[in-house]
Design a binder for this molecule. Structure first.
Ligand SMILES: [Zn+2]
Length: 117
């Protein structure tokens, strides 16, 4: 993972992002801890999904899954304010996808996203 300083020039970009087929997340440092955990969990969920999930996931399932993992990390680390903000999002595909995944039972969720063996 590459760490680059958070500056006014890169503040607009997502805290981490994937480059190409190989995942090379870039993590901005200088972020509040809860945003660092949220962004890292979200992006590593995408990395895991790239190897283990159907490649044709619709955006709401793809982003909803990453948000679902990020929410779990925020909850486990006790960042409840950040969790509340994540859960309050209604934008598509992040907020809508998270709500869709959260409403699924775990077995149905895995069946919806996992790659067929
Ligand atoms: Zn994402």
């Amino acid at each position: 993972m590459l760490a680059v300083p958070l500056t006014s020039a890169n503040r607009h970009i997502t805290p981490m992002h994937a480059v190409g087929v190989e995942f090379a997340p870039t993590l901005l440092f200088g972020l509040p801890p809860e945003l660092t955990y949220e962004a890292a969990a979200h992006e590593y969920a995408h990395a895991w999904a790239a190897e283990n999930c159907r490649p044709d996931l619709p955006p709401d399932l793809r982003e909803g899954f990453a948000q679902w993992v990020a929410a779990d990390v925020l909850r486990s680390k006790g960042f409840l304010g950040a969790l509340e903000k994540l859960e309050a999002r209604t934008d598509s595909p992040y907020g809508t996808g998270y709500r869709r995944l959260r409403s699924m039972q775990r077995a149905r969720l895995w069946a919806a996203i996992r790659k067929e063996e």
